[in-house]
Each structure stands twice: as C-alpha cells, then as structure tokens.
Design a protein around this ligand. Structure first.
Ligand code: HEC
Ligand code: HEC
Length: 460
C-alpha cells in the first residue's frame, strides 16, 4: 500500500502534538482531525451495498423478519431473537444479563423466575452487523470466518454449507442454546407439551446440532405460511432441500438491512462534511485517536479490531459451566490461560443508545464504561455493584483472588497512556454520542404486527 509510510509518519507527528497537549482546551480543526483519521485508516461505513452485504431481495427480508420475531424457534415457543435484541431497546434487551426461555416480559419488565438461569453474558446490540468487514461474532469469538472464507464454529463438521456471511453462521446458534431459546429437559412448552428440542443432546456432539436444526426446519415447514415464505425467498431450492441454514441466511439478511444505521455525525464527517462534528466532538475524537489510546483496540471503520483484550472488566453473574462462576471469555475457547478474561472489542456506533455496557453489562452508564476504559485497574478495584439490580449485585465476584486472577492477564494496551481530566472525559462522551445515527433512536416501526406461527410477536 504506497500511501502507508506517509500516513504513519503523519500519524506519529499528530500523536506527538496530541500527547504534548498542544490542543488542550480547544479542539483540532476539521483538517487536522481528518488527517489523523486517515492515518488510522478510519473510513465512513459503506451503506448497505457492496462491500457491505448486498441489499437483500424483499422476499428474503420478509422471511428473516418473520423468523427474527417468531417464538416458534424456541423449544418452549416462548422466546424469539427479538426478545433479547428488541427494536424498543436499541437491538439489545436493556439488561446487564438477560433471561432466556422460561421467563416472560421485555427489558426491565423481564423478571427472574426461580430455577431459570441468567444468561452468562450481556446481549449485544446488532447494529451494522451486515458490514462485510465482520469476521468475529460473540464476545468470545466462538463463531468466526477465516480469511479463506471458512467458518470456525462450535458445530465443527456439523455446520451445513450454504452460509454466506459470519452473521448467517451466527444465526445457527441461539436456537441450540438451552438457556437462550432451546430450553432444558423437563420443560413444557407454552401449550403444555413436552419440549422435545431440549432432549436433542448427543454426548459426542454436545448438543446434537444437526438434529436440532432438522427438527426446527420441520417445525417451520409444517406451517403453510412459512412454506410460502421459504419458496418465495429460495425459489431455486426444492422444499425437501430447505434446511435451517436457509432460515439463518434470511435472518442475517433481515438483521443486516433492518439494523444498518451508518448516518451518524461521525460518518458524515468521514464522508467529507466538516461541519458534522462540533468543536467538542472533534476534541473527543482527537483524544480517542490520540492521547486516550482508545483506537488501539476500537480501530478501523467498525471501531473494533475484532480482537480479544482483557480490559479488567468486573466479573459477575453465573459464569460459564466448568469455570463458573467466572467467565474466561476468549480463554475459554482457546484454553490458553494467557487469554483468560479477554473479550472481543465491541464496535461503538450508536453506543450512546445501548446501555448497559461490557460483556456482562457491568456498567449501566456510558460515562461509567468510559471511565473504566481510561483506568481499568482502578475501575475494577473500585467497581460499584450498586448500579446493578440487587439480584445481580449479589453475584459480583470481587474477592481478592478473583481480582488478582483478572489483573494477571490484563492487556498491556489497556488504559489511557496519558492522564485525562474530567473535561477530557466529557469530550470523549460527546464524541461517542456523535457515533449515533439519529434514525436509530426510534426503531419501533420495525416491530411487525404478527408472525406466521400465530404466537405472540417476540418481546410482547
Ligand atoms: C435470551 C436472549 C437471547 C436470544 C433469545 C437471542 N440472543 Fe443473540 N445474543 C444474546 C447474548 C447474551 C449474546 C452474546 C453471547 C456471547 O457472546 O457469548 C448474543 C449475541 C448475538 C449476536 C452476536 C453479535 C456480536 O457482535 O457478537 C448476534 C448476531 C445475535 N445474538 C443474533 C441473534 C439471533 C439471530 C437470535 C435468534 C435466532 C438471537 N440472537 C437470540 C442474547 C440472545
Ligand atoms: C486494550 C484494548 C482497548 C482499549 C485501549 C480501549 N478499549 Fe474500549 N473496550 C475494549 C474491550 C475488549 C471492551 C469489552 C470488554 C469486556 O466486556 O470485557 C471494551 C468496551 C468498551 C465500551 C463498552 C461498549 C459496549 O458496547 O459494551 C466502551 C464505551 C469503550 N470500550 C470505550 C472505550 C474508550 C472511550 C476508550 C479510550 C479511553 C477505550 N474503550 C479503550 C477494548 C479496548
């Protein structure tokens, strides 16, 4: 890439200026900020056309929308994707840790039912996941797409072919999770019938992915309206060759189109509109890409390097099976102790709308999250569980041994390299607010009036 050395030299010069505090108080000019962003390789996100996913054809979108909101995909027929990724809650559930099948209600009106587990991690927002640059899904990256296009997922060889994006590969998995959608042995569905999906375990496969996907496909194709929707979306595929991968493709096409929000002031600035960012937002960006060091991880057009870092997030909640009550994050997948407590850097577009924050929702305010990111060690040591619901506050693991374990694998890149003032924090927050696409603030129009199964629309 011929422009690279010049860009890096420019970057270094600017970083020296920023670190030297030459701009303390005032913000950089639009031109200065533009040069810094260019040096960092930050570009406006493309609208929903190549190199993002091509806009889906309407039939694929309509099928995906139905599936996203239809509790028919749950073993107990009581929870849809939308329940945890709801338009009224900025494509999340508004909770630190969510509650899956066996509970009812939406967001803060979703109450814990004794005997049903909290989901171990926070339900992330789903904005702009259709961008082609995405390669890594989930906080621990358990669904990934390699440079060769191949998928690495918990299903191994059982993953069917025909998945065209990492987002589609991801959509194969929520239905297989007992706590999220599938349910547990002994559960009855909302009609009082035995939950047979919950029984499809195979000690070798853990769970029996192929059987679960086949059973769900049969369930969908027993509903005439779905037969019509699949036929319209996949006219070249005979009904007997429809598999759950087709459902996942449609869900991904829907998510990619419905949750694409790339018209933030920051994106408008990147596209050339000097006036799109206020002085204060430019100053925040200058810190973000300079002295505060945020862009070391929140890098590139998606504001994430899609890599894993331990930034000393507090540990809370039920944790992960054999590690419980802890959650080793990426280390759980790689079995590498050095990667314990590392989680994928989240993207930050629309972040002002998507509280709570971090992989377990430890922070309920954006300022809390930002202050933690500036000084992670202090953030961990002085973490206030009082911001959580009492039930979760009683499940914060802040004993000295756990804190020591977390800090022992802290990412050397974590924390701000320069001391920041309260004004700097305020500027960073104003910059983060400038990542909000105004039209993402009200997504209520996305909620369909009904779903093909006739069940209540997910999230009601
Ligand atoms: C019970 C709540 C719940 C339900 C239901 C649910 N999800 Fe999620 N979703 C989560 C949680 C929690 C995570 C993060 C889990 C992790 O990273 O380990 C997640 C992660 C994701 C991600 C990854 C985003 C990223 O950037 O890593 C996508 C995409 C997603 N869900 C889509 C879906 C779809 C599609 C469905 C329905 C088929 C669905 N979810 C059902 C809670 C839920
Ligand atoms: C070492 C890499 C790294 C650096 C540097 C970094 N972050 Fe992060 N950031 C992460 C990771 C990883 C997470 C998620 C951690 C977790 O959940 O355990 C995160 C989470 C966040 C969140 C919460 C987002 C959400 O959706 O939950 C915000 C906001 C944030 N960072 C802002 C910043 C700001 C502002 C800076 C600079 C002061 C910064 N980060 C510096 C890696 C980094």
């Amino acid at each position: 890439m011929p422009g690279r050395p010049i860009a890096i030299a420019a970057l270094l010069t600017l970083l020296v200026i920023a670190a030297g505090g030459a701009l303390a108080g005032g913000g950089p000019s639009a031109g200065e900020l533009r040069a810094l962003l260019e040096a960092h390789g930050v570009e406006a996100l493309p609208a929903l056309s190549p190199p993002a996913l091509p806009p889906p054809d309407p039939a694929l979108y309509v099928l995906g929308e139905a599936l996203f909101f239809d509790p028919i995909l749950s073993g107990n027929r009581d929870i849809a994707c939308a329940t945890c990724h709801h338009p009224l809650l900025a494509t999340g559930d508004g909770l630190s840790l969510g509650l899956g099948t066996g509970t009812s209600g939406l967001g803060s009106a979703r109450f814990h039912v004794p005997g049903r587990p909290f989901i171990a991690r926070h339900a992330p927002e789903l904005f702009n996941r259709g961008q082609r640059a995405w390669r890594v899904m989930f906080w621990d990256g358990r669904v990934m797409q390699g440079a060769d296009g191949r998928f690495n997922t918990p299903a191994g060889e059982a993953l069917p072919g025909g998945l065209s994006s990492v987002l589609a590969a991801q959509a194969m998995f929520p239905v297989t999770s007992p706590a999220e959608m599938r349910g547990f042995p002994g559960d009855a569905d909302i009609n009082g019938a035995e939950n047979t999906l919950a029984l499809l375990d195979d000690p070798a496969l853990d769970p029996d992915y192929t059987a679960i996907w086949a059973a769900l496909t049969d369930r969908l194709l027993a509903i005439p309206a779905y037969v019509d929707l699949f036929r319209a979306a996949f006219p070249a595929v005979p009904p007997e060759q429809i598999g759950f991968q087709h459902a996942a493709e449609a869900i991904a096409a829907y998510e990619a189109a419905a949750f694409a929000f790339t018209d933030s002031p920051f994106d408008r600035f990147l596209a050339g509109d000097d006036a799109a960012l206020s002085d204060e937002a430019r100053r925040g960006a200058w810190l973000f890409y300079g002295a505060a060091g945020c862009a070391r991880c929140h890098a590139g057009p998606l504001l994430t390097d899609q890599a894993f870092h331990n930034v000393a997030a507090p540990q809370l909640g039920p944790g992960q099976e054999e590690e419980g009550p802890l959650d080793y994050g990426r280390g759980r997948r790689t079995h590498n102790p050095a990667e314990r407590f590392a989680f994928r850097t989240p993207p930050l577009r629309n972040v002002a709308l998507t509280a709570p924050y971090l992989h377990n929702g430890a922070y309920t305010t954006l300022e809390g999250a930002v202050r933690h990111m500036i000084a992670p060690v202090e953030g961990l040591r002085s973490y206030d569980p009082g911001q959580l619901t009492p039930e979760l506050a009683a499940n914060v693991w802040d004993d000295p041994l756990t804190l020591e374990a977390i800090l022992s694998t802290l990412d050397p890149l974590a924390g701000s390299p320069a001391p920041l003032t309260d004004e700097d924090v305020a500027a960073l927050l104003i910059f983060l607010e400038a990542l909000t696409d105004p039209s993402a603030a009200d997504l209520s129009a996305l909620i369909p009036p009904a779903v093909p199964s006739g069940l209540p629309v997910g999230g009601r």
